[in-house]
Write a protein that binds this ligand. Structure first.
Ligand code: 1GP
Length: 248
């Protein structure tokens, strides 16, 4: 097994309000698309690219990661939808356990199936408690994993799920309302976990405004993930650039 650094984890931990652009390689995998995205994301001083999706093939994933590493210096972090979504060219792998669900496949089976391959790879692993929250629409993760997201009214369940994941050794918590969610993760879910402990937090799903980014930053979120909204309107990166400038 090769030695791995924890540079990406340290970067995630180091600051609140960082931005990740989520790329779905099923939709974004040509050189032209990647070059355009990299140009605008670099100008906006985006902190990370996350790459993955519920039904992405290994070929598309590897192609997208390779293009990102060729054209950009922004760290590339895998956000896999399954055990085949691996690429040694990425800087880190969010090693997800879907702790809000009760499907053993997404708690241990995918991990066992990919363990030897990961052991042979030189990639930073970040054990992550992945918590799916009801975003007002049935998400692809909920459908594919056949799990039930945490209801928005269940603050205590959300907090206790996150705490249990940390006690089991997860190094960060990812609250996700699901891709294209109608409603973002309740700020209260973040605040109550923040009140309990200083664990790195990632939030994503349905984020479309600078105001939402700012609210998550204020409540102590380390990384705010935006996928759909940038896919639909790449100019939103200009708003992020102006926002970043205004707070620097
Ligand atoms: C989904 O957290 C991500 O898993 C991002 O969601 O595509 O809605 O921004 P969006």
């Amino acid at each position: 097994m090769k030695l791995r650094s924890d540079n990406i984890f340290q970067k995630i931990q180091s600051q609140k309000g960082q931005i990740a652009v989520l790329i779905d390689p099923e939709k974004t995998n040509t050189e032209y698309q990647i070059v355009e995205l990299v140009k605008k994301a670099s100008f906006a001083q985006i902190d990370f690219f996350f790459v993955g999706g519920s039904t992405v093939s290994r070929i598309d994933l590897e192609k997208t990661v390779k293009l990102l590493k060729t054209h950009s210096k922004i760290p590339v972090v895998l956000f896999p939808g399954g055990s085949h979504q691996l690429s040694e060219k990425a800087d880190a792998l969010l090693y997800l356990s879907l702790v809000s669900g009760r499907n053993p496949d997404f708690l241990i089976t995918h991990h066992v199936n990919s363990a030897q391959e990961i052991a042979n790879m030189n990639i930073e692993l970040i054990p992550t408690g992945y918590i799916l929250v009801d975003g007002g629409t049935k998400s692809s993760v909920a459908y594919i994993s056949q799990t039930t997201p945490i209801p928005r009214s269940q603050k205590s369940i959300a907090k206790n799920t996150a705490l249990a994941a940390i006690f089991q050794g997860k190094k960060l918590i990812y609250f996700d309302a699901g891709s294209g969610a109608n409603e973002i993760v309740p700020i209260e879910f973040v605040k109550q976990l923040r009140n309990e402990m200083e664990v790195p937090i990632i939030v994503g799903g349905g984020i479309r405004t600078i105001h939402e980014i700012e609210s998550f930053k204020k409540s102590g979120v380390n990384v705010i993930v935006i996928g759909n909204h940038i896919e639909e309107n790449i100019e939103f990166l200009l708003d992020i650039q102006r926002y970043k400038l205004s707070i620097s």
